[in-house]
Design a protein around this ligand. Sequence first.
Ligand code: GLC
Length: 408
Amino acid sequence: MITKQYIKDFESLGLGMFVHLGIYSVLGAGEWLKACRELPDEEYFPVYKKFSPDPDWAPELVKAAKNAGCKYITLTTRHHDGYSLYDTCGLNEFDAPHGCGRDLVREFVDACREQGLIPFFYHTLLDWHEPSYKTDFKAYLKYLRASVELLCKNYGKIGGLWFDGMWDKRDEDWEEDALYGLIRSYQPEAMIINNTGLSAQGALGHIELDSVTFERGKPQPINLEGSPKYIASEMCEVMADHWGYAVEDLNYKAPAQLIREVAQCRRYGANMLLNVGPMANGKLRTIDAGVLELIGQWVSYHDEAIRTPRPTGINIEGKPDDFVLQDGNTYYLFCTDLPMAGSPDVALISEGRYKDVFAFDREVRSITWLDNKEPVEFEQKDGVLTVNTVPFIYGRSLVVRVAMIEVL
Ligand code: GLC
């Protein structure tokens, strides 16, 4: 099995931010609004004239991502409505230069580079605007490749391309060889990802693809059986129900749940790509910014545990949500939902509920909580390690707590 370094490097990024920004953001009812509410073309498409993010949208967004602990950002450079945030250089006039007079992808890439994050480009495969998508599929594929070529050659080195929408015409020949070959010719080390959608979570695809996707799913160990090369995995997750800005979407997940999901992704070696749908001015709504802030706080304590450490498959007796990652001589024990001191649950410690017990044959030198650097009591006997996962001290409750195990 071939292992490529850039795929390994991608895995070590751990956490990324997904950004759904487009003309749908102006209408504030999700990115599928046109299709789901059957808005006629003449009502929907002209909205692009009104779409003009604030001048500082990109640096602000990148800053929020960075503070949340994200190492890369995947921006919707063109979503299903066919509008391009980049300069299509004459392919059509349905792009940002003809709308707001700017190249928004350029602004995004510049902001990422300035703040040290890696830009990735989401690109739709299906298209509601380009007529050839319905009438002349071969011609459409040429248009698609010409579009992708612009993204590959005009914005410097990018982290990768993230395609979405092939499921719309499952039985068509999408000429994937040509599409991916084109990307490789300009960006040999770009991750090429093609979202399998909700129905085929984690499925292996074309040989050029570098990662499987788990859309809003529970990440699973990837099954590399039959794969000639090593590939990564990534789970994209939405904070509420829509990817694009939706004013009336109140169905937000609790930050605690998202923190658990970051941890569960890492358990299987997957990256988590957490979505935000900024408003039309490119700014985050208050709740999105707040959720990112909390996640960033959690990451600030646990950063080293969620990047390079890899899955071990160690099972913790009776604790299905706890798990262990490894990075050389350092192991990381992820403990989920520990109680807080002062709560009645704490009495249960004496019954041994707050102990993590698992088979471990390396000799332990020390165990330390990552969040406050305090030592953790443990006992090692006959190949079994018992870790005393005491509650949080009163005043803190970090959802998932990580103990660092150093071995001799
Ligand atoms: C789905 C949706 C799309 C969204 C994507 C994100 O494929 O069609 O709107 O961009 O999920 O993963």
